[in-house]
Design a protein around this ligand. Sequence first.
Ligand code: NAP
Length: 544
Amino acid sequence: MTALLCVPVLVESPEHVEDHLHDVGVAAELGATAVEWRVDPLADPSNPLAASAGVQAVARLLADAPLPTILTCRGADEGGAAEIDDEDRADFLERLADRADAPRPTWIDVEHAAWVRSDRLRAVVSRFLAPRDADERSSRLILSAHDFGGRPGDLWQRIEAMSAIEACAVVKIAWTARSLRDTAEIAEVLAHRSKPTIALGMGPFGTPSRVLAARLGGMLTFATLGDGRSTAPGQPTIAALVRTLRFRSIGRATRVYGVIGMPIEHSRGPQLHNAGFEAIGFDGTYLPLPVDEGWESFKATLATWLDEPRLGFAGASVTIPHKEHLLRFVAESGGRVEPAAARCGAANTLVVDEDGGLVADNTDAPAIVDSVRAAGVDPVGCRVLVLGAGGAARAAAAGLAAAGARVRILARTPARAQSIAEGLDGAAGDGDVLAMDVKVVEADASPTAEGIDLVFNATPVGMATGEDPGGDPLPATVELGARHTVFDSVYAPLETPLVARARSARARVITGDAMFIGQAARQFEAWTGRALPDAAIAALHGTG
Ligand code: NAP
């Protein structure tokens, strides 16, 4: 069974009732199946407009909501939006309970601590839990506990205490996740529930627990309409949840993939892979999986996710700053490291096979070679100038040299170029290539077009979000012409200053999307056994 998808709406003034009802109609069309009316500001007695018209506004919101409703009224001490105390809330809810024209909300949410602390609040809320007449459906009580500081030390005791209260129909627990490891504990909480339970991580590290609610057995997740309208950190938008992340298709057997890195929000992997899963009817979802930099964070997170079968973790794309960590992790765990990954000293693909065995691969290098061949260029004997000496440069040098190219690396930090060359030069290549040929271009040498057939940009120069979006990393001494090929790995934007220069020189151009799609297609095939469908590429280009 899928989880409810609830859109939270903070009602700041009675004047906004029509707008809110309209928004919830939009949310329902997008896929929301419940609405939470967060009415904290209307219960504030110092707000004159709210005091006179607040209760009437809520009556209308409950009567005309197109979806099942949660009514919530929190004080600032509980993460709410108004400085109100238990008496203010009890007063407000009592006036609402008295109104004959106010239908009962489907659920009423009260913080567990307030329920225990305030006799009056308990008495007032209990009125919502009993039907006024035989035809009316009474509300069900959600008892909740939030911790904005992190995982509560008494997590399990709190859950037990809420579950033990007879009036409690639903237990809700939410805390600020400090890392993706919290998702594993949320899975455990949901697996051991004795009542319907909502368990969510707040903040960026909590988002997977929100997306995977249905897989983990959660009753409900929250998602916003966007535009800063979230009521807790880390809530995804409904559109992202339903359209991109396949929320409606996620069930107890869904395989979970993702892109591990930091930062990760701008990755286009979720659009591509999820559209591919959708097109071939594969029961999977692909999420952004942020992991703090450093080997220890990576190792601890990956180990936790692999050890928790309830998460259904089946593989990942891995990007900056963790590609070398993935290689090390799989090697140290006794998994299989594919030759392309060993050659690059870095892996971008993790496959978790049916019996838990791990495979690390590097699909960047073969994707670069495939893209070059697809453009009609034979790598054998091709004289390549690689610009930059980071991960993409290493993948380009390793892939193209193994395929028979003569690679020269030009980098602003020659020592990094030297380390790439030392690792590859003279090592065995693929097929007929007996030894790879990879050398460093001296920093003070001015390269000319003579000895170059193909330029590969592996620096972020030209990237819209980088430090030098208007820059061109190729020295002016290289006069491009029609016999050259320019491969720019930057893919946002596709038309970089270097690409423009190549086009005006009538050089052959390979844009960064070729590499991005190529490496992703190989990952998709490794996970699903199927080719990446065209629909996935269309989704990436926004034409799907
Ligand atoms: P990386 O490991 O950080 O390496 C970046 C390299 O570029 C480093 O050698 C760095 O020099 C150099 N560099 C940075 N700014 C420079 C500048 N202003 N002038 C000259 N050199 C500069 O990053 P990466 O993983 O290799 O990625 C590099 C770029 O490749 C990315 O920005 C992205 O656009 C592209 N990429 C594309 C794909 C794809 O699928 N199309 C995949 C991966 C990467 P230092 O060593 O001196 O810092």
